[in-house]
Design a protein around this ligand. Structure first.
Ligand code: SAM
Ligand code: SF4
Length: 450
């Protein structure tokens, strides 16, 4: 009765939270299993950013509830953003739920499961399901454990929770709460411990990492707390690569741009969400920068680190977005020359500043705009990929690929490369000459040492 499967929806932050919950459950005697059909406890760690994400998790929970009715001792829980967003109201939709735990209470899951199991074993029915979506000061520090697979070489490290921005479309401030940073010493210690366990690449996670520590640490010599943190992680032996997501264009100041010229472990791939290329829509979205400032930032980054790859998030169909606004977005899209982009169709979220604006751009138009950006993206991606043919790329070797015929790893700009490798290369940075490319991956041969 102690086999737990956690199914995760949404972003890397949710993946990291699920990993931390799993690590905690393991220390409390639970077994974490990969097969959702072979578990006693199923936890859905959910996303609320768009309605579609919520509907997917609800449909899944309804499906599992059918199974639960045949096996009453089965435990079904909803964690994370949708739990926080909807709270006890989820029970009206999903009366079979046992547990609803919000984003500041992940660390309580083990205790609640212990109680549920004890009650079941004693044959005592619980009066009602457990719902805990309270705020908890310091909750950003509650979970720092990792579950690492055998010879894992990359890891996510959460540096911050919540967000104080008020982007008009966004539900994150409601689901994740106020911006709270973890102490720098704790993050650096976590990176050191990860390096000692074989991790070579860390991705620092937060909703707005450029604001990291702004209330807790002073700028020193014009260097922001976030860049101070990067410098300290850069000094950790064993950590060879550093990535982060997501920065905000407003907080992406000169000290961070300059870091790309002086911190070689900082990978030359920046995810820089733009959301729209129209100043009018950026202002309606409450995104405090202009398209000009954004493009200046892109140019500065490319000067600081030639070859830098850029990705972004874009929303199409925000209320009031006209054809002319969208044309600006498409033009910016081409000018910024993105390697990768996540294009989202606007979804109204209850309780956000934009909710009263409704959803005036019709679905067919949103889809047309979405397809146009995807087409531009495909062209860009094909061109960028073709340019890699014949180059030698530094690859961090992760292990055998899924087919088991080759090894795989990632380049500094996060492209997957398949090549004939060896077990000893896992965790090492090796040069690979790219001799074949497909839209999804690169193929190559290792370059012999000179
Ligand atoms: N904190 C990050 C930032 O500031 O860019 C990302 C937060 S959100 C989890 C990820 C992306 O979802 C956003 O960048 C935005 O493009 C998209 N998104 C957020 N709210 C949305 C909405 N209501 N409809 C469509 N897309 C949305
Ligand atoms: Fe949402 Fe804006 Fe905060 Fe990103 S910066 S999480 S889009 S409110």
């Amino acid at each position: 009765m102690n086999r737990v499967h956690i199914k995760t929806y949404g972003c890397q932050m949710n993946e990291r939270d699920s990993e931390a919950v799993a690590a905690l459950l393991r220390t409390r005697g639970y077994r974490i299993v990969d097969d959702e059909n072979d578990c006693d406890i199923l936890l859905l760690n959910t996303c609320s950013v768009r309605d579609f994400a919520e509907q997917k998790a609800i449909a899944k929970a309804e499906n599992i509830a059918v199974r639960k009715r045949r096996r009453p001792e089965f435990v079904l829980g909803i964690l994370g953003c949708m739990a926080q967003n909807r709270g006890a109201a989820l029970l009206d939709l999903l009366p079979d739920l046992d547990l609803v735990v919000g984003t500041q209470k992940f660390h309580t899951v083990a205790g609640y499961l212990d109680n549920l199991r004890a009650a079941r074993q004693a044959g005592i029915p619980l009066a009602q399901p457990i719902v805990d979506t309270a705020e908890e000061p310091g909750s950003q520090n509650a979970l720092a454990d990792h579950i690492l697979a055998d010879r894992q070489v990359t890891a996510f490290v959460s540096i911050q929770q919540g967000c104080d921005m008020q982007c008009a479309y966004c539900i994150v401030p409601k689901t994740r709460g106020d911006e709270r940073s973890r102490p720098m010493d704790a993050i650096v210690a976590e990176c050191r411990a990860l390096a000692a366990r074989g991790i070579r690449e860390v991705t620092l996670l937060g909703q707005i990492v450029t604001s990291y520590g702004r209330r807790d640490y002073a700028h020193t010599g014009g260097i922001s707390p976030f860049v101070q943190l990067l410098e300290r992680i850069h000094a950790v032996d064993g950590i060879e690569r550093i990535r982060f997501t997501s920065p905000h264009p407003r907080g992406f100041r000169d000290d961070l741009v300059a870091a790309y010229a002086r911190l070689p472990k900082l990978c030359e791939h920046v995810h820089l969400p733009v959301q729209s290329g129209s100043d009018r829509i950026l202002s309606a979205m409450n995104r405090p920068y202009s398209r000009e400032r954004y493009l200046e930032l892109v140019a500065a980054l490319r000067t600081a680190r030639p070859g830098l790859a850029l990705s972004t998030d874009i929303i199409v169909g925000f209320p009031g977005e006209t054809d002319a606004d969208f044309a600006q977005t498409a033009a910016l899209f081409a000018e910024a020359d993105y390697d990768m982009a996540y294009v989202f169709k606007y979804s109204v979220r209850t309780g956000t500043p934009a909710e009263p604006l409704g959803d005036p751009v019709d679905e067919a138009e949103k889809e047309r705009r979405n397809q146009e950006l995807l087409r531009l993206l495909e062209e860009n991606s094909r061109r960028h990929t073709a340019a890699l043919l014949g180059t030698v790329q530094e690859v961090l070797v992760e292990g055998p690929d899924k087919a088991g015929r080759r090894y795989m790893g990632r380049t500094r700009i996060n492209r997957v490369v398949h090549f004939p490798g060896t077990e000893e290369q896992i965790g090492r940075l090796i040069p690979v000459r790219i001799d074949r490319v497909t839209p999804a991956a690169l193929y190559g041969e290792t370059v012999p040492a000179q």
